[in-house]
Design a protein around this ligand. Structure first.
Ligand SMILES: Cc1ncc(COP(=O)(O)O)c(C=O)c1O
Length: 384
């Protein structure tokens, strides 16, 4: 969040899930997946079809509801392998999640037809594709239900979208947000901007207020901790660190409404700059990262009707370079923590992608220098 957030035209040239005629804001993309599953009647012991290439947050909602995940293979374009599903999908499959990876819209017509033919609900995962068109429809227009994630595109500390395309489905009633949470969300947005030096004129003031708050909290915490240590004795150990994304998700939070500040930031900020800057950054990375033996752009073209979330780069030997990039703070991620039990399937691109594909940031607020620094690190670590 910075002053630049408010630059440019309100409307983008691409449709957004925020314009969907039957949508509701949620606390996150994963909460929206959970609500989507509930909407289409997924419950304990039902089967949900999920891609082998995934972020754990796509799987956790399924298990949280007591349903079973069956993983299907994807092809080199990121599309579900429908021939495999035709033969292997269990009879009790109730829903299938299909994802517009990296914000590059996938064709959804064949998925739609396959799901219709088998009486399976299609959940269209637009977490990476807030804007765009897939064939003749806006993204989010193909699934029985579509979901999106606000934090990936807007300077909001939390948020997602649930959108319904079937008239017989109903948006859930979400629980109201406590006032303290409302205030905290607004403060978090300002703090996020100030801590990145994006609110010139207010950075020092906001950081000062938060530093002061931190000091008082620490002082109170130290007093509390002394008491707690006394009660536990010296042998107490901190609990094992748990990977939050790999655990089940928070049910009450998933059923809570979105805070007003996060909703306002996501619905009111100009969209044109976001779409244009992300496209420009993707094109710049595409140009700069051509022609090496050690790496190649996974998707050699940027589709016209898209606003990318990240730039996927295929790397021949990603380790240990990937770790070094992370240590250096280069904005890059990899979906290398597959959910336990993901099978190795012949012809599947998903599992190899989880090792070889790095997702480089192409966020609207990156500068050309920052993009060039990403390119320099990729060249240094993975090829000429
Ligand atoms: C494809 C995909 N779907 C869903 C989610 C969940 O979104 P959120 O982080 O808003 O819960 C993510 C998160 O990274 C994602 O990448």
């Amino acid at each position: 969040m910075g002053w630049q957030t408010f630059r440019g035209a309100r409307e983008a040239a691409l449709p957004s899930l925020l314009d969907h005629p039957h949508h509701q804001l949620t606390t996150s993309g994963r909460a929206a997946i959970l609500l989507a599953l509930e909407c289409v009647g997924v419950g304990p012991d039902d089967v949900v079809l999920l891609p082998t290439y995934h972020c754990p947050t796509m799987v956790a909602p399924v298990l949280t509801l007591g349903a079973r995940a069956v993983f299907y293979p994807i092809d080199e374009s990121g599309a579900p392998q429908l021939d495999w599903l035709q033969v292997q999908a269990p009879r009790q499959a109730k829903a299938m999640l299909a994802t517009h990876y990296f914000g590059l819209p996938q064709p959804m017509q064949a998925n739609r037809a396959w799901c219709d033919a088998h009486g399976i609900a299609l959940i269209e995962d637009c977490a990476h594709a807030m804007f765009g068109r897939s064939g003749p429809r806006a993204v989010g227009g193909w699934g029985d239900v579509a979901i999106a994630s606000l934090t990936k595109f807007f300077p909001a500390p939390e948020g997602g979208i649930l959108a319904l395309n079937r008239p017989d489905l109903q948006l859930p009633a979400l629980t109201p947000v406590p006032m303290i949470q409302q205030v905290k969300a607004a403060a978090d947005i300002l703090h996020m901007g100030a801590s990145h030096d994006r609110l010139t004129g207010l950075n020092g003031l906001i950081r000062g207020v938060f530093a002061l708050r931190g000091l008082t909290r620490r002082a109170r915490g130290a007093q509390g901790a002394q008491g707690a240590r006394g009660a536990q004795g010296d042998g107490a150990h901190p609990p094992d660190a748990v990977d939050a994304n790999m655990s089940l998700i928070d049910l009450p939070l998933s059923h809570r409404a979105l805070t007003r500040a996060s909703a306002w930031v996501s619905t009111e900020v100009p969209r044109q700059r976001i779409v244009q800057a992300r496209r420009r950054h993707y094109e710049r990375l595409l140009q700069a990262l051509q022609g090496s033996e050690g790496f190649r752009p996974l998707m050699p073209q940027l589709p016209a009707d898209s606003a990318p979330y990240v730039f996927p780069l295929w790397v021949r030997t990603p380790d240990p370079g990937y770790l070094e990039m992370r240590h250096l703070g280069v904005p890059v991620s990899r979906w290398d923590r597959l959910w336990p039990g993901v099978p190795t399937l012949q012809g599947d691109a998903g599992v190899p992608w989880s090792h070889h594909v790095l997702q480089l940031a192409c966020h609207q607020d990156l500068s050309d220098q920052e993009l060039d620094a990403i390119v320099a690190q990729v060249r240094r670590l993975f090829g000429p």
